[in-house]
Design a protein around this ligand. Structure first.
Ligand SMILES: [Zn+2]
Length: 302
């Protein structure tokens, strides 16, 4: 009986030892939903992900709430956009969490460090609005940059969690294949959008527009980050009409009224795009986000 007990104890200990790595799955904090979705593609259930914001929030201005600080405190890795998008809240979250693991080094991953950004200002003049010195941070709608970020993020996961490196590699390969196939489909489908002009709410669409060979002719915000004014909106009426614009584009989190106002006076449709995962019913993941965005633009191109 004594020997049997010892044997069971041994087996129990062995099982505990084997189960231990799973009990210590990486905790990852993602600043925005697109990174939460990308992490899911790359790691599935092998990691634990907290997403700090939703598609219905303006990520330029997030409040550093205690609930967010708690999430950063338990993180082994934070994955954020960077290019100063989160400058108003992320440094504060990290500082208040007291979690030095994610303050710098391998636990600190900024997507903007993995790619080149567009619209990098040559001079910094705050009178020009809320200029991002690191370039335009709204690159989640460029599928090629997303793929480059996916590769770098996958390498980071493997570095922090080498025991699961093979899983991450296999999932990256799988994602890459599906994503590249999807890109071909999106590009073929979006052909009718080529050369079309749009008015944007905020400077959020430069990567999408560059990818699809579209053109921004104006913005509802008089300067980046400055809310639309009635005099500025009025100044867009003639331009929007004269350029045969396809659409006036806002993101799901933005006030739709300025776009509707301009739409009523020009006959150009106001279109609300998801902007990130969760921004509409179809945008349940990155693939759905792109599907929905392109279909919503095509719907007004007909
Ligand atoms: Zn911005």
């Amino acid at each position: 009986m004594g020997i049997k007990m010892n044997k069971y104890t041994f087996i129990l200990l062995l099982l505990c030892a084997l189960a231990a790595p799973q009990a210590h799955a990486l905790n990852v904090f993602a600043c925005e939903p697109e990174w939460g979705s990308l992490l899911h593609e790359l790691a599935g259930d092998a990691i634990q992900v907290d997403v700090g914001t939703s598609a219905l929030q303006d990520v330029h201005v997030i409040e550093a709430k205690p609930s967010l600080i708690a999430k950063v405190r338990r993180a082994d890795l934070i994955v954020c956009t960077g290019a100063e998008l989160e400058i108003g809240w992320l440094p504060q979250l990290i500082r208040q969490s007291g979690n030095s693991k994610v303050a710098s080094g391998p636990g600190y991953f900024l997507a903007s460090d993995q790619i080149t950004t567009l619209e990098k200002p040559t001079k910094l003049d705050r009178s020009e609005g809320d200029i991002h010195p690191g370039g335009n941070p709204h690159f989640q709608m460029d599928p090629y940059r997303m793929l480059a970020i996916a590769k770098a993020l996958d390498a980071r996961l493997a570095e922090l969690d080498p025991a699961k490196a093979a899983t991450y590699k296999q999932r990256l390969d799988d994602f890459t294949t599906r994503w590249q196939t999807a890109i071909k489909g999106w590009e073929a489908k979006a052909a009718p959008l080529k050369g079309r002009k749009v008015v944007v709410h905020h400077w959020s669409w430069i990567y999408l527009l560059t990818w699809l060979n579209m053109e921004q002719i104006g913005a509802l915000e008089p300067k980046p980050g400055v809310p639309p004014t009635s005099s500025h909106l009025a100044s867009l009426v003639d331009l929007t009409k004269a350029s045969n614009a396809l659409a006036i584009i806002s993101a799901a989190y933005q006030d739709p009224k300025p776009g509707q106002w301009l739409s009523e006076r020009t006959g150009v449709p106001a279109v609300i795009l998801p902007f990130t995962v969760g921004g509409d019913d179809r945008s349940k993941d990155l693939f759905g986000l792109y599907d929905s965005t392109i279909d919503k633009l095509l719907a007004v191109a007909k």
